[in-house]
Write a protein that binds this ligand. Structure first.
Ligand SMILES: [Zn+2]
Length: 189
């Protein structure tokens, strides 16, 4: 599987975004329909083994209870360079992710979502990144605006305010984190 990924050789690529379909599963369950997670689990395991084999970072869509299952996979295959994008989950999952040194990224909803604001305040700063996940429509001061990459500036500003840091401090750390995870080739002497 994934010969075309292996052919990338030494390029600084990542595996992803891959993960488990939390919202699709919940919607099916709400309609009273059966939902077989099996094929999704097997597919995710293939990508995790590929990340381990090629020693590449992996970007994950895996929230709430799905996160625990994903963390177990990452631990089993000893994948350490993991990025949980737009993460939401239990304090237990968060503690395990911090222990394992996984990265998370925060979106513009840090402006108004309580659980995201808490996460952006307590998650280790050296494991935080920012994103928009555009074209997702955000609320708060972003309501009615087309999502565009420049909105990460507002995310940085909000994280800085929450943590009592200067915006340029957060900016520098987040930039460094992103390079550490995704552009490690630029940091090598
Ligand atoms: Zn996603």
């Amino acid at each position: 599987m994934c010969g075309w990924i292996r052919e990338r050789g030494d390029e600084p690529f990542a595996i992803g975004e891959v993960g488990l379909p939390y919202y699709t599963r919940k919607e099916a369950e709400e309609r009273g329909e059966p939902f077989d997670l099996g094929p999704y689990r097997r597919q995710l395991e293939r990508f995790v083994t590929l990340a381990a084999e090629l020693d590449r970072p992996i970007a994950l869509h895996s929230v709430y209870e799905d996160a625990d299952e994903t963390i177990e996979l990452l631990e089993r295959y000893r994948v350490r360079r993991a990025h949980f994008h737009w993460f939401k989950g239990s304090p237990e999952s968060v503690a395990r992710m911090v222990d394992n040194g996984y990265f998370i990224s925060v979106t513009p909803d840090v402006e108004y979502e309580k659980e995201i604001r808490e996460l952006a305040t307590v998650y280790p700063l050296d494991r935080l990144m920012v994103e928009t996940d555009g074209p997702w429509p955000f609320e708060g001061s972003f309501a009615g605006k087309e999502t565009e990459p420049g909105m990460v500036r507002a995310v940085i500003r909000e994280i800085a305010a929450l943590r009592g840091l200067r915006e340029d401090q957060v900016d520098a750390v987040v930039r460094r984190n992103t390079e550490l995870l995704y552009r490690w080739d630029l940091l090598q002497p």
